[in-house]
Structure formats: structure tokens, C-alpha cells
Design a protein around this ligand. Structure first.
Ligand SMILES: [Zn+2]
Length: 248
């Protein structure tokens, strides 16, 4: 018996319903649109959940709150259509603002118990030099919500969801924006779809900003694929859901 046979690294291509938790409207796609497009084609349901309202990232400062939200959702739906996203949820916490970590965790618990994903994508809360608190809080709350989903004594934000919940298996988590990947997804075949999806995010990037982002993504995807048998990669830390605690 090996340690890896107790909590084996799960195969993300076995995922059937994936909850992709992100701090802002575009994080899932910047980090993982290539592999998510492949997983959707492989038959997995993709569900996106966005934690903050992302209003600080909207370029046009003349837009009202409502108009900015409308633009963000328009862009997100357009990108999601390319990738194959089935459903979207939003929590609406203030972007880069002051909000309670445990409120976020309760809301993530609710959605995990309600949607019963067998795989969860989220940002790596332990990314060294991550300076954006929304990313750290979202990543940690997602990891805790995965670990605590089956513990009925830990309440979500919705007692009705909790009382109706029957324990289900979460096969694993895939942490994106990670510096310690154990899996480099070959996204060569879906790279064009990823770029097309990224170009949908017009509310958050002017032309120069988008060009710079795409150039950085091009270079990063090739850098992480060095030494692999393919040209473009997306780095992920894929873990058995029981491997999120005490470093086992
Ligand atoms: Zn973000």
C-alpha cells in the first residue's frame, strides 16, 4: 500500500458536475478555461459561482452600479457560452471590500450541499505573493466548504438546504492560480476557445489591458508546458478532497 493509494489524486476527466468557484467574474477563465472547455466536451456539467460583485474592476467609471453589473454578466455569459458553462451563481460580496469570511464559507457550503458537485475548482489560497484578499478568502472558504460539506453540525447559510442534504462524494478539488501544480493540463486543442472567451471580458479590460493580459497568458501557457509533450498548459493542484488537511 502506498500513501497515494489511500487518498489517490483524482482524475479530473472523471468529473461529472464541477462547481467552479471564483472571486471575480473572469478568474475561472483566465486560470482554467482551456481545461474547463475540455471537461465540458467530455460531458461534465460546469457551474460557475462568483463570490464578489467585481465592481472595482470595471473600466468605465461612468457606468452606474446596475449598468456595470449588466456589462459584467453580459461578458460572463458570452464567455461561458464558448466554454460550455451550464449555470451561473453570484454571491455579490463587495469586490476588494470588507466582508465576513464565515459568511462566504456558509454560502459556499450552501451551494456545495445544494448543487452536489463531484469536483470543485477554486483559487489556491496558498499562492505565494497573492496580494488580493478576495482570492485568498475565496480559496480558503472553498477548501473548508469542501471539507465540511458532509458535517451537519457546521451550518450553511440556508437551514432548508442543510436539512434536505444527503451526503454526497466530492472526488476532488483542482486549485488554480497555483505555484505548486501536480498536474499540467494539455490545453493546446482548446487554446483558441480560451482566447475567444477571454476577449469577451470587455467591461474589465481596455484594448491595451486585454492585449497585455493575453500576451502574458500566451507566455505563461508555454512556460508551464516546457518539458511536456504539448505546447500549451494550465497548471493545477489536483487533490483528493481528504488531502486538504494536515498535509497528507
Ligand atoms: Zn480575481
Amino acid at each position: 500500500m502506498t500513501l497515494n493509494s489511500i487518498f489517490p489524486t483524482p482524475d479530473i476527466f472523471e468529473a461529472r458536475r464541477i462547481l467552479c468557484i471564483q472571486p471575480h467574474y473572469d478568474d475561472n477563465d483566465i486560470a482554467a478555461a482551456g481545461i474547463l472547455t475540455q471537461l465540458a466536451k467530455n460531458g461534465a456539467e460546469l457551474i460557475y459561482l462568483t463570490v464578489t460583485d467585481d465592481l472595482m474592476g470595471v473600466v468605465d467609471s461612468s457606468l452606474s452600479r446596475e449598468a456595470a453589473t449588466h456589462s459584467l454578466k453580459r461578458d460572463q455569459f458570452a464567455a461561458g457560452h464558448i466554454i460550455g458553462v451550464k449555470d451561473q451563481y453570484w454571491l455579490g460580496y463587495p469586490d476588494a471590500g470588507e466582508y465576513n469570511y464565515f459568511d462566504v464559507r456558509r454560502d459556499l457550503l450552501k451551494h456545495i450541499r445544494m448543487l452536489k458537485p463531484d469536483f470543485v475548482f477554486a483559487p489556491d489560497a496558498w499562492l505565494t505573493y497573492e496580494g488580493h484578499r478576495d482570492h485568498i478568502q475565496t480559496g480558503l472558504a472553498a477548501a473548508e466548504a469542501v471539507m465540511f460539506a458532509e458535517l451537519p453540525k457546521i451550518p450553511s447559510s440556508d437551514p432548508e438546504v442543510d436539512s434536505a442534504y444527503e451526503v454526497h462524494e466530492i472526488k476532488g478539488v483542482a486549485l488554480y492560480f497555483t505555484r505548486e501544480p501536480n498536474y499540467i493540463a494539455d490545453v493546446t486543442s482548446t487554446w483558441e476557445a480560451k482566447i475567444a472567451a477571454m476577449r469577451c471580458y470587455e467591461a474589465q479590460f481596455d484594448t491595451n489591458g486585454m492585449d497585455a493580459l493575453l500576451m502574458a497568458m500566451e507566455m505563461k501557457s508555454q512556460q508551464v508546458a516546457q518539458g511536456q509533450s504539448f505546447a500549451r498548459g494550465e497548471p493545477l493542484k489536483v487533490l483528493h478532497s481528504s488531502a486538504l488537511h494536515c498535509g497528507i
